[in-house]
Design a protein around this ligand. Structure first.
Ligand SMILES: CC(C)(COP(=O)(O)OP(=O)(O)OC[C@H]1O[C@@H](n2cnc3c(N)ncnc32)[C@H](O)[C@@H]1OP(=O)(O)O)[C@@H](O)C(=O)NCCC(=O)NCCS
Length: 338
């Protein structure tokens, strides 16, 4: 017996394909400023060494009233305001984070509730590439008609998962939140995403032990460890070609850019990428890391938000953004600056 379908695929009603753009962006930096001097004794380091090797002068650590949800809310408020919408108009809330301290449920539904939204809400885990993954997803959701407005939040409280005795990470990781609203648009505002992963390098940045080992072997609180040189080489050699592919996919040349906003991992990585991409000497390049440290999923939106707020980059111009980190994972796209 053969069975035949009752309906035809051609009869399925689907929304018309639209354009998407970032319509609003916001950031939140925790109150407590932590200068290098506060960290150096425990890792036998110095302010000079940290500045020279990473470009970091100070970072922010979250305290009371600055949970993952609190920081996400504080970053979202200005993003919604810039987008000119209210939370009840959101169709989806995506939170990119690796430092939400619950296995389940996700942070996003709690954030949505806090904002007064009943939208679809879920988290994604792509570490420092999380925000750019979120923009890719949100852009595609809007283009395909699944949503009109999507909130993408990159948020981290990495101080909860960083050992202040670990010489390789104590001075790098920090806390903060960045938020973007992705909305339906008359014109294209988010270029094609170039993304991928290299799971062979899975251990290069990772939680030191699984939760099961922590429990069964009675290990102490785990932290995030990193093979610094491995990551450094991968980022310097591997990520400039990815950024170039994102430019090519968008049909944009480096001299048409108004900003380069790479993940704020290390200022030497940022400088090496800019050199390899042969970016124009006068192109504004995000160096938010000096005062914010490496905030993983929050770093790209925080860096862009600072550049807009300081009037360093023109709204409506083109920015090349790229996130990369644990996984190892990466994602890059050209976006119109909101
Ligand atoms: C972490 C990082 C700054 C370390 O710099 P590095 O130059 O690779 O450092 P190395 O581990 O090779 O060590 C070089 C020297 O500095 C010393 N050193 C290492 N950490 C130090 C610290 N925190 N303070 C002072 N000295 C330190 C080492 O002992 C070594 O000394 P030696 O030459 O006398 O043996 C660098 O590897 C890095 O930035 N990696 C990428 C990190 C990153 O971006 N991660 C985020 C990705 S999302």
């Amino acid at each position: 017996m053969t069975v035949t379908p009752k309906g035809l695929a051609g009869e399925l009603r689907t929304p018309p394909v639209a354009h998407a753009r970032i319509s609003g962006i916001g950031g939140y930096r925790p109150r407590r400023v932590v200068p290098n001097a506060e960290l150096v004794d425990r890792i036998d380091s110095s302010d000079e060494w940290i500045r020279e090797r990473s470009g970091i002068i100070e970072r922010r650590f979250a305290g009371e009233g600055e949970s993952v949800i609190d920081m996400s809310e504080f970053a979202t408020t200005p993003a919604l305001e810039m987008a000119g919408i209210t939370a009840d108009q959101l169709d989806a809330v995506i939170v990119a984070t690796v430092s939400w301290p619950y296995q389940t449920p996700a942070a996003a539904p709690m954030l949505a509730e806090r904002l007064g939204s009943k939208a679809a809400a879920f988290d994604i885990s792509a570490a420092c590439a999380g925000y750019c993954h979120g923009i890719a997803l949100a852009g595609d959701m809007v283009r395909a008609g699944t949503a009109q407005h999507v909130l993408v939040v990159g948020v981290e409280r990495l101080s909860d998962f960083t050992s202040l005795d670990d010489r390789g990470t104590a001075f790098i990781f920090a806390d903060g939140a960045g938020a973007a609203v992705v909305s339906r648009s008359e014109t294209p505002g988010i270029g094609p995403t170039v993304w991928g992963s290299d799971g062979a390098q899975w251990p290069a940045i990772s939680q030191t032990e699984s939760w099961i080992d922590v429990h069964e072997k009675n290990l102490g609180w785990p932290h995030i460890g990193m093979a610094g040189q491995t990551v450094f080489r991968w980022a310097v050699w591997g990520m400039a070609p990815v950024a170039q592919q994102a430019l090519d996919a968008a049909g944009v040349t480096a001299d048409q850019l108004d900003a380069f906003v790479p993940h704020q991992a290390n200022v030497r990585i940022i400088d090496a990428m800019a050199k390899k991409l042969d970016l124009p000497a006068d192109l504004p390049i995000a160096r938010d890391i000096a005062y914010t440290g490496n905030t993983s999923a929050a770093s790209v939106p925080l860096a862009m938000e600072r550049m807009i707020r300081h009037g360093e980059i023109p709204r409506g111009g083109l920015a090349l953004q790229i996130g990369f980190g644990a996984g190892l994972s990466f994602a890059a796209q050209v976006v119109v600056i909101p």
